[in-house]
Design a protein around this ligand. Structure first.
Ligand code: SF4
Ligand code: SF4
Length: 480
């Protein structure tokens, strides 16, 4: 019985090895499907997808689109919930304002996000690309749908491209350009809303482009970029520009779950009408290739171009139902699921990344919880040494720069913490909300207090009698 099982196993392994060799012998990896032999762009006309996964992805995309168009209007204490104002270096996440002073938190946050992306990709491949990436959502669920509506399905689009410039072609192309441009303009408005705030975009609309020329120029530039991307550049963003796609080669392993063709079950492929004895389930109908928005044949194995959009799964499932075979010839599966019939496991690599992620998340949580509302920097005023006062005391002049990260005006009092002395302010310290404030102050010490030429002083920052921060500085006195 054992011998029999071993024989079956070795035959199975041999078959898998032969199939892999056959697949690898093909030259599909030597070229990119969207570039012709002459180096020109092969424009793709993917067939309109349909099926369970496509419907599910559509529902997800409606949810994301609603979020995208409503989030800029949601405010917390008068400020947007999310803002990525790179120009003014102001960032708001879930209503929390982050400043350049929070760079360390920002860097740890980015690192945590990066480890999360790595962990997620090692486990599930490009699941994000197919189900949540804004590029895929806008391309496949907005612009592609408009295109199908105006120009029809893939074959009609090909015919339209090939036909001479007659009234029908001009009408359809002009309609498409106008529709794409208007949607690009709409997206650009909201995109800008995430950068400078939707109120400023609204102000520009009310008061006119001339008054807000900078905002208007950005809007025009973004509109043209979106139009260019969705009208012409399309899948090239995922193939050429996106760094995440390029990372797949190093992140995926034999246990990563990706959209995959079950070559063990599908090969050798052949038409239904073929008279040769066929063992594989793939009937070589090319339905999976026709729907692919990046123009690849998933039967060649995992490829850089695959954005895991699942269109080929739906297409193949429909064929399988039609020929009364089990669905899932193309499905979410790992190489080990297919080749060795192994179950998906929580590998040591995933455990390691999970450990690192948990550590980083804990560190980030501590940083966020202990984050200061006010940050201060005290420096001795340049060019000033010390002043001898008539009563024998010594004074030093300092500059203080404060950042108020809260949404209220903060009044700050300064107190000397480690020495007996006095602080004399040049101005009152009222730091406007979400702003920087700079002023100067004197520290005055009695000669008897000073024991050496350079003395470290600690200055406490108090708000409503509560110490909120302590900063250090050096006090200089005449040589003793
Ligand atoms: S191979 Fe399938 S999942 Fe990958 S991009 Fe093409 S249709 Fe989408
Ligand atoms: S859709 Fe399925 S049966 Fe048709 S070619 Fe693709 S894998 Fe083979």
């Amino acid at each position: 019985m054992d011998n029999q099982a071993q024989n079956i196993d070795s035959k199975n392994n041999e078959r898998v090895a032969n199939l892999k060799k056959e697949l690898l012998d093909q030259d599909f990896r030597d070229s990119v499907g969207t570039i012709s032999k002459e180096g020109k762009r092969n424009y793709i006309f993917p067939q309109k997808p349909f099926g369970k996964l496509y419907n599910l992805r559509s529902y997800f995309s409606y949810f994301y689109l609603v979020l995208f168009f409503t989030l800029p209007f949601i405010k917390i204490e008068g400020e947007p919930m999310f803002l990525f104002n790179v120009l003014e270096r102001k960032f708001i996440f879930f209503g929390q304002v982050f400043w350049p002073q929070d760079f360390f938190i920002f860097a740890i946050g980015l690192l945590t996000f990066l480890v999360f992306v790595i962990l997620f990709t090692v486990a599930f491949g490009r699941l994000f690309c197919g189900w949540a990436c804004p590029q895929t959502i806008f391309m496949e669920m907005v612009f592609r749908k408009i295109e199908y509506w105006i120009e029809g399905d893939a074959n009609q689009q090909r015919k339209l491209k090939a036909m001479p410039w007659n009234a029908e072609k001009i009408r359809k192309r002009v309609t498409k350009i106008i529709a794409f441009f208007l949607v690009s303009f709409l997206i650009a408005n909201f995109f800008l809303g995430y950068i400078i705030g939707i109120d400023r975009v609204g102000l520009m609309i009310q008061e006119g482009a001339i008054v807000h020329f900078g905002v208007f120029s950005s809007l025009v530039i973004f509109t043209f970029i979106f139009f260019f991307v969705y009208y012409w550049f399309r899948e090239q963003v995922c193939l050429i520009v996106c760094p995440y796609g390029r990372l797949q080669g190093v992140l995926l392993d034999r246990n990563s779950i990706v959209v995959a063709y079950d070559y063990v079950r599908g090969e050798p492929r052949g038409k239904l009408s073929d008279t040769i004895e066929r063992k594989g389930d793939c009937i070589n109908c090319s339905a999976c290739v026709r729907v692919c928005p990046t123009g690849i044949d998933i039967r060649n194995g995992t490829q850089l171009e695959c954005v895991n959009c699942t269109a080929c799964i739906d297409a193949c499932d429909e064929i399988m139902e039609h020929i009364e075979k089990p669905t899932g010839l193309i499905r979410y599966a790992s190489e080990n699921n297919i080749a060795k019939k192994e179950k998906t496991t929580y590998t040591w690599r995933l455990k390691l990344y999970t450990g690192v992620l948990l550590l980083l998340l804990s560190f980030l949580a501590v940083l966020l919880i202990t984050r200061d509302d006010v940050s201060a920097r005290v420096l001795r005023t340049p060019g000033q040494m010390y002043q001898k006062l008539p009563d024998g005391k010594i004074s030093n002049l300092y500059n203080i720069k404060l950042a108020n990260k809260t949404r209220k005006i903060i009044h700050i009092d300064l107190k000397l913490e480690n020495l007996d002395g006095e602080i004399k302010m040049i101005n009152q310290v009222d730091v406007p909300k979400e702003s920087y404030y700079q002023t100067s102050f004197f520290v005055i010490l009695r000669g008897t207090t000073i024991k050496k030429r350079k003395t470290e002083i600690k200055i406490g920052l108090y708000e409503d009698g509560q110490r909120i921060e302590t900063v250090s500085a050096i006090f200089i006195a005449p040589s003793l």
